[in-house]
Design a protein around this ligand. Sequence first.
Ligand code: PNS
Length: 162
Amino acid sequence: MKRAAIYPGSFDPVTNGHLDIIERARHLFDEIIVAVSENPSKRPYFSLPERLRFLHQAVGARPGVRVEAFSGLLTDYVKKKKAVAVIRGLRAVSDFEYEFQMALMNRRQNNRFETVFLMPDEKYTYLSSSLVREVSRLGGRVRGLVPTGVEKALQQRAQDHA
Ligand code: PNS
């Protein structure tokens, strides 16, 4: 039986740090389902279709990687997909508290899967979607931090709002 893992997130937008985590997870599981949270309460910078498109462009062709949207409880989605694990990236100690809370709350809902934390390459330790959005919105450079399609979309968005 295939061992699938869910990699959930807002991916607003996907960064090269996320791609690094997907690549690492690919070596551990038969299938990685990159699950993009609809998250309307967070008022995302990019719409769900845009976030899905960026991910499809970046990893859609990679064997063993699937990109999907999800809404509702993550643990229900994990159950539906019969996944054995949830993947989360840990960049620094500052990520830990929130991640620890989420992992234990998720375990309380459904203890039939594990949360697996993976560390991205150290060159991405400081990288986050929110910083990328802010830097780009203010006219800064994000080349090398995000896939090319995302870089173009960020530039376009910054121009539209200038
Ligand atoms: O990239 P993010 O914003 O850190 O991802 C957070 C995400 C989407 C994984 C988290 O908010 C989530 O799982 N949302 C789905 C709703 C849910 O299950 N909430 C309870 C979490 S304990």
